[in-house]
Write a protein that binds this ligand. Sequence first.
Ligand SMILES: Nc1nc2c(ncn2[C@@H]2O[C@H](COP(=O)(O)OP(=O)(O)OP(=O)(O)O)[C@@H](O)[C@H]2O)c(=O)[nH]1
Ligand SMILES: [Mg+2]
Length: 207
Amino acid sequence: MASRRRMLLKVIILGDSGVGKTSLLNQYVNRKFNNQYKATIGADFLTKEIQFEDRLFTLQIWDTAGLERFQSLGVAFYRGADCCVLVYDVNVAKSFDDLNNWREEFLIQATPSDPENFPFVVLGNKVDLDGGNSRVISEKTAMAWCVSKGNIPHFETSAKEGFNVDAAFECIAKNALKNEPEEEIYLPETIDVVDGGWPQKSTSCEC
Ligand SMILES: Nc1nc2c(ncn2[C@@H]2O[C@H](COP(=O)(O)OP(=O)(O)OP(=O)(O)O)[C@@H](O)[C@H]2O)c(=O)[nH]1
Ligand SMILES: [Mg+2]
């Protein structure tokens, strides 16, 4: 039976409601943007196959609800995360101020083995809005916070224009990879039929 090595990397996106978490993910995975706001309820994930140094990886990216009433995720959800993305809106001060809470809450829930060095990536989204004139959080202010929290990588992005989205997710993938260099899962390319009761082809390996 042919098999192919594929590592699963779990990424969780957190941040206030409306900062653009779903839009960033949709732009990265589907190259699409929607102006209409539809609040995320609970959590949902999209996957993206990536290749890095001749190896295949599956990024499993979890989009979560920023609205408190739609948050219903248990501790088990956060466990095993390889990278956490914290998103704020450069035009909304509160969304930046809240990053600290999101980060701390994540560490409480996920209980990573080495919290000091757990990989976070911070994204300041909606830099396109009003031609940049409505911005209230400067890149310098955001960078200072990121440095104070152990040099968290920081990107300014626009999900709407696709600005810096690929670069940000490339960094997210690399950081997730750093966090989990040993653990591998093996996804079979084909599944043998056992008593005729199982599918003959796996649909999880499409490349
Ligand atoms: N101009 C502009 N608008 C954006 C951008 N990203 C998202 N939006 C808009 O902002 C609104 C909220 O975006 P979402 O992606 O739904 O926000 P969210 O963080 O997923 O919100 P919750 O699911 O409630 O947590 C939508 O109307 C988007 O179209 C961006 O980069 N630029
Ligand atoms: Mg959403």
